[in-house]
Design a protein around this ligand. Structure first.
Ligand SMILES: NC(=O)c1ccc[n+]([C@@H]2O[C@H](COP(=O)([O-])OP(=O)(O)OC[C@H]3O[C@@H](n4cnc5c(N)ncnc54)[C@H](OP(=O)(O)O)[C@@H]3O)[C@@H](O)[C@H]2O)c1
Length: 344
């Protein structure tokens, strides 16, 4: 049985962690740490959780104890740097849902996050937990950097192709869309319903922090061509949709590409290959990533969609916990009798 602390359990992704971990058969206790909500009851912060999870008092993050086996950190960027080194030094395991440990060097972190990294050695020791892509086990791992929401949708859909056909690629362009919960619960004028209802806009063009994260992983897997990544805000609360266009130097048959994806994901519990571009509402509330590939006239178009708070945050983090503790990766996330169905 695993004892867990969630630092930032009172935020959007933290709440999803609480919901999932409450259903997990190997979780014996859960302490929720917060900041402005410290001292409040969980049910008063999230009235909808009444009856779904046990109530508890949210503990101040200033009083994080070392009594738990595993800590999830679900904090604004920069904040995890204050907790993770001490947790690791005290022999604890940590899964960070934020971006503080995803990039591999302090220089790249400082460039994109505008902060000095205070524990650069851990950037080398961590693993980047793209759970459905990693075939190896997590033996000896203490720190998992849980991938960002856009990178999860983008990388799961692109990596099989870019790893196999790296030399045949001219360039790749990803256009991705997110619901407003991707920005967390802190009120922002541009996220008001009166701004977003019936509206779509691109944002952080050529400047989104998830771009170096995606590119780092593509480069590590052999890709070395021009890449662009453009993010948009959608007038929905939840979900990510990513469409990548890959321009090719030569003809590659669609059936060969579909075969490649079937080989990678045919036995996956959480990646579902689709014969048509997936719909966002097929995955909302689930830990699935749905992917479709299409190749024509030397252009491959790959679409994918996930729930940003589940597969893009808490769900993948629990999947990583399961892998870390050598448990069935589906626990807490899927009925273990359920089979993945790839539909072609
Ligand atoms: N939202 C998504 O779709 C998503 C997806 C993937 C990854 N992430 C990442 O997950 C992390 C959390 O995102 P979120 O959307 O859940 O954010 P959020 O809704 O704003 O929640 C932030 C959490 O951090 C706590 N917190 C804030 N400042 C703190 C401080 N100085 N010390 C200790 N705790 C503090 C808050 O506590 P109080 O509520 O008590 O103030 C709250 O529990 C971020 O790094 C984000 O990039 C988010």
């Amino acid at each position: 049985m695993i004892s867990i602390g969630i630092i930032g359990g009172s935020g959007y992704a933290g709440k999803k962690l609480v919901e999932i971990l409450t259903q997990h058969p190997f979780v014996k206790e859960l302490t929720i740490y917060g900041n402005s909500t410290a001292g409040q009851q969980l049910y008063s912060v999230f009235p909808d959780l009444a009856g779904k999870t046990p109530d508890c008092t949210i503990v101040s993050a200033e009083n994080v104890s070392f009594e738990h086996d595993l800590y999830f950190l679900s904090l604004p960027h920069g904040q995890a740097l204050k907790f993770i080194p001490a947790l690791i030094e005290n022999g604890k395991k940590a899964i960070d849902l934020g971006g503080d440990y995803r990039l591999d060097t302090p220089e790249i972190y400082e460039k994109w996050y505008k902060l000095k990294h205070t524990s650069p050695m851990l950037l080398k020791e961590k693993i980047y937990g793209l759970a459905d892509f990693i075939d190896s086990n997590y033996d000896g791992v203490s720190l998992i950097a849980n991938p960002g929401c856009y990178p999860t949708a983008t990388l799961l859909s692109l990596l099989p192709f870019t790893s196999r056909f790296a030399e045949d690629i001219v360039s790749v362009s990803t256009v991705a869309y997110s619901g407003t919960s991707g920005a967390g619960k802190t009120p922002k004028a541009e996220m008001l319903m009166s701004e977003m209802h019936g509206n779509v806009r691109a944002y952080n063009v050529n400047a989104h922090r998830h771009q170096p994260e995606v590119l780092q992983m593509l480069n590590k897997n052999g890709f070395d061509s021009p890449y662009s990544f453009t993010t948009h805000l959608l007038p929905v609360a939840t979900g990510i949709y990513a469409t990548s266009s890959i321009h090719l130097k030569k003809d590659i048959s669609e059936s060969e590409v579909i075969g490649l994806y079937e080989k990678k994901y045919g036995n996956s519990n959480f990646v579902r290959m689709r014969s048509l571009p997936p719909n966002l509402n097929w995955v909302v509330g689930t830990n699935f990533c749905d992917i479709n590939v299409s190749v024509s006239n030397r252009v491959a178009v790959i679409t994918s969609t996930i729930d940003n708070l589940v597969k893009g945050a808490a769900g993948q983090a629990v999947q990583n916990m399961n892998k870390l503790f050598h448990l069935d990766e589906r626990l807490g996330l899927l009925h273990t009798g359920e089979k993945n169905v790839s539909i072609y």
